[in-house]
Design a protein around this ligand. Structure first.
Ligand SMILES: [Fe+2]
Length: 303
């Protein structure tokens, strides 16, 4: 009985149409009709994984998870954070993180390892011929949603909630928060200490480091103001990254090659701190990465 997948994310934004255009450029496929109130998107391999809904200020409204068995939902159904538990048409448990107010929906998914175990594309060294990576012409599109990073004004309450419902701790950043997983990915969720509940970023997997570079470059060619932070490689999770910013202020990360934890007994969480905790290489992280420019506005709006 366990969680097995981060299934989708729901984000509130003031201008659904404007933000929807960004996510189409980002490489997601719109699955619902154009609308000013709600639009959904799919990835290549993960199904429908993003919904935008109209809200006065940008915010993380909800995440959806899958468990491998209905028993997991039944066991959690007496938790004080439960909003509702329905059996039809499919078992669905909805809870609310008491720290950040995010709605968490858990359904039952297909068994199996979620993540891209052994899915990494081996780099084939070629001789007497140009490398295949530089001959790619198609714009990369996200394979699946990888993780969500959120700020919580009550970090202890959020951590207690997410570990209680089945997330496991992979690593910590001192004084910032904990990287949590609900699959074999090193992290599917990071809860940061923050003065207000907010969405820091969503992260979307592409095939490899070349596709991280190519996808982000294509986005910046269309609008250089989208740049957030990158290109670099994280220490925690080991993934290559490039962060861009959507028109509402939410960051979106293209990533590749994240560590995968298949045997929990073989992984020991560590506590990281200092500059290296963010990246092993890459440009320095801009101040707005650590503390979004609109934080004061979000704090005001939350009262
Ligand atoms: Fe990330």
């Amino acid at each position: 009985m366990a969680l097995i997948r981060l299934k989708s994310v729901t984000i509130g934004v003031p201008d659904v149409k404007g933000v929807a255009a960004y996510y189409s450029d980002f490489g997601l496929t719109q699955t619902t009709a154009d609308s000013a109130t709600s639009v959904s998107f799919a990835t290549l391999e993960g199904g429908e994984q993003l919904t935008l809904q109209a809200t006065p200020l940008r915010r993380l409204l909800g995440i959806a998870l899958e468990a491998d068995n209905e028993e997991h939902l039944v066991r959690l159904s007496t938790d004080p954070t439960v909003l509702r538990f329905t059996r039809e048409p499919e078992p669905t448990l909805v809870l609310r993180d008491p720290g950040a107010g995010v709605e968490v929906t858990i359904t039952v998914g297909a068994e199996g390892l979620h993540g891209r175990i052994l899915g990494r594309t081996p780099v084939e060294r070629t001789v007497n011929t140009r490398a295949a990576e530089v001959l790619r012409t198609q714009r990369p599109r996200p394979l699946r949603l990888g993780h969500v990073v959120m700020g919580s004004p009550d970090h202890e309450a959020s951590m207690s909630f997410f570990t209680r419902i089945g997330f496991k701790v992979s690593d910590y950043i001192k004084d910032v928060g904990a990287f949590l997983r609900c699959s074999i990915d090193h992290h599917n969720l990071l809860v940061q200490r923050a003065p207000v509940a907010f969405l820091h970023h969503t992260s979307w997997e592409v095939n490899d480091a070349d596709d991280v570079g190519r996808a982000a470059s294509a986005m910046l060619e269309e609008d250089p103001n989208r740049h957030g932070w990158g290109f670099g490689r994280h220490l925690i999770g080991s993934n290559y990254f490039w962060y861009l910013r959507d028109p509402a202020g939410n960051m979106t990360e293209y990533f590749a090659d994240m560590d995968e934890i298949v045997d929990d007994a073989l992984w020991s969480p560590e506590v990281f701190s200092g500059k290296n905790a963010l990246a092993v290489w890459g440009p320095p992280a801009p101040a707005s990465f650590l503390r979004p420019d609109d934080l004061a506005e979000l704090m005001q709006g939350s009262h």
